[in-house]
Design a protein around this ligand. Structure first.
Ligand code: 7PM
Length: 377
């Protein structure tokens, strides 16, 4: 698994900082890199090298022959190219999300009755689906590029929702929004809900379970041929916050996402349909969430748009001392802005108007070479 930690010197012929996990003969390759004037060390099961990409590949060739150098060269080339190339647009059945030119804002539409959930639930049986549709429209007017419709809360300890109830909640909303050419993502981990929502016009499947909740989901996504969000979760919503532990949370989440992309490609899901997401709050402590946000840039080595969802999450409340979820605006905005400045392409938020303004400034501040990032764009 190759992860480019930093490649900003490569264009001028300088070295890149590259982490390679599960590399055979890692110690031998490290000494060959050092012998060739690079810097390399083995930490646990990872080779950390600061060297020109070609130096690393040549060192692998000297120690392990073409069988080792070949695959490594492909991985290193792709990772360096995606790091240097910047984010790419995401084609969807209802139009492309312009991730390549500006940050994309995904508005959250919780069609769930549990009032606990972040004060953002818009589901009252007596006036369903009108209230939910009205809230979606308001977020679109405020500048949301797409709306994430979810009928089952995935918060820690949330009650599972039967499939027919989830369908009753989401389908009328998806249909109405899709009929207005709105880009809709369906936040579900059930294969049949994903299928019915896409048939009703949803353009993206956003499955927090990475296909682990319903064995048919990944195959269904492959058949539907729509974009899919690959998200990391440690455990299940019921168990995930019980003492999650990582050695290097970024490296382990990265390896999961990279493995999952490969698994999805084997199922016939094209890489260019995928969005990656480290899953803030899904089996992570406050410290883990902060480390993932600090090092968002490293996930861009996967060459896919990075989605970040921090909005109103409990780690923000813990840090800022804000108990009430719907009061966590500042922390939500700051984390969205910093994630964008560090390379995230899509932010999933409750407070759309405020976030749209904040991420525009953040993208301008990041000196992002993407076209359309110049101030006033
Ligand atoms: C814990 C707290 C778990 C809050 C889930 C939540 C994400 C998502 C949600 C995310 C993607 C909530 C969220 N969060 N989908 N769905 N990424 N792709 O707002 O971070 O309740 S649910």
């Amino acid at each position: 698994m190759v992860r480019v930690v930093d490649a900003s010197l490569v264009p001028s012929g300088g070295p890149a900082r590259i982490s390679v996990s599960r590399l055979p003969l890692a110690a031998e390759v490290a000494s060959a890199v050092a012998a060739a004037g690079g810097v390399a060390e083995v930490v646990e099961d990872r080779l950390l090298a600061t060297a020109r990409p070609s130096q690393l590949v040549d060192a692998a060739g000297r120690r392990g022959g073409a069988d080792l150098a070949g695959p490594l060269e492909i991985e290193v080339e792709r990772a360096v190219a995606s790091w240097l190339g910047g984010p790419v647009d995401l084609a969807t059945p209802s139009g492309a999300l312009p991730c390549g030119s500006r940050p994309v804002v995904m508005g959250i539409l919780n069609v769930t009755p549990d009032s606990f959930s972040d004060g953002g639930s818009h589901y009252r049986p007596e006036d369903h689906p009108a209230a939910a549709i009205a809230h979606a429209r308001r977020m679109l007017e405020e500048g949301a590029d797409l709306v994430d419709v979810g009928g089952e809360s995935t918060r820690p300890g949330a009650e599972p929702v039967p499939e027919d109830e989830e369908l009753r909640r989401v389908l009328p909303v998806v249909e109405a929004l899709a009929a207005d050419d709105v880009t809709v993502s369906i936040d579900t981990s059930k294969a049949n809900v994903a299928r019915r929502a896409v048939e009703a016009g949803a353009a993206i499947v956003n499955d927090v379970s990475a296909g682990t909740n319903d064995g048919l989901l990944l195959r269904t996504v492959a058949e539907l041929g729509v974009p899919y969000v690959v998200m990391h979760m440690r455990g299940t919503p019921r168990t995930m916050q019980r003492d999650p532990r990582y050695t290097d949370v970024v490296a382990e989440v990265y390896d999961f996402l990279s493995d999952q992309i490969r698994r999805l490609e084997l199922l016939g899901i094209r890489r260019d349909l995928l969005v990656v997401d480290p899953g803030i709050g899904f089996g992570k402590t406050v410290a883990h969430n902060l480390e993932l946000l600090r090092r968002v840039r490293e996930f861009t080595s996967l060459g896919r748009p990075v989605l970040i969802g921090t909005s109103r999450k409990s780690f923000l409340g813990t840090i800022s001392g804000v108990e009430e979820a719907s009061e966590r605006l500042e922390g939500s905005i700051v984390t969205a802005a910093i994630a964008v400045a560090r390379g995230a392409s899509i932010v999933r938020v409750h407070d759309v108007a405020e976030t749209v303004r904040a991420v525009r400034v953040a993208a301008a501040l990041s000196g992002d070479p993407r076209p359309g990032q110049e101030p006033g764009a």
